[in-house]
Ligand binder design. Sequence first.
Ligand SMILES: [Zn+2]
Length: 336
Amino acid sequence: MSRASLAETLAWTFASDLCGDSPKAVALAKDLLKDVRKSGLKSPFAEALLRRLALAEWTKMDRPRPVRLDSRDPKESAILVFFLNAWGATYEDLAIALSVSEDRARHLVHKARMEQVASMTRIPIPKPECRRPRELLSDFREGLLPEPLAEDVAQHLRECRECTTLDLHLRTVLATPRKTPLEPPPELVAPETARPTLSLSLDGVSRAKRRAGVGLLAVGVLMGAVQLHPGLNASASAGMDRMTASFSRWRGRGERLMEDLRVLKALAIGTVEGRTEELSQTLDEYVNSGNEPETSSAKNKPKADAVLDSRDPKATPREQQSPRPVEGAPSPKNPS
Ligand SMILES: [Zn+2]
């Protein structure tokens, strides 16, 4: 008896949330797994792709209410909170699925949480000075507010008892334990021998190269953070210069992993836009390009900047977080 992999467990969880306990759920889970295996992405990118594919499926299915969403709130906003909590979706995942900006996705989720707060307590009519802090409460509690704004909110909470009460309830909502994924039925669990397909993207890549790749990924994540949050630019630019230098030295070695990020991004966007034909061709070429990463797939390569905004570390669920950036990166002075 094989144990289910994380990807299999998640595929089943997403599919049965969308389709209920029906044969359709098994078929959907199989489709999701097939696409992810085909991508050759390895964990955690495989799971991230799976999540985006499932969200794209949700939009194609006219946004059904997930089966395990037990709240009686009929609003779509409750579904967004569910995806964060039960699927481990990031704000960026939601933004892509809904075709809105990430800011907009965060705003929608905050509104949904405040609706949950409203079911616990009466929300007092905001005084004019309460409006802005209340809008920013989720960002504040999730550590997404830049310093002057965060201090403004903290200051308002010290002075306003009504907003403090709302904040306490919001923190209860934020602390809701994650829903555990569902155990997949045996027919979805591949025998052990079939497993390696899930991690084939690193075939033939040496250990040193893998380490270099992980360092590069961390750099990519940081660069993404800087690009997504222009406020960080000034303070981070000095560090960025140094990083860019080591980045280019290690680029060749980690090429393949950088490619993974780009492919993930292109896939997610392409799937949402319904370009599945084109995508599966791209995927085929990508998977077959494993042996000659330097020359291959240049024409299919998504824009170089795709990699820069492909991840927002702050919105990344815990289990996906890379080890601390930079420190983990191999020093350029001391290769291998
Ligand atoms: Zn207030």
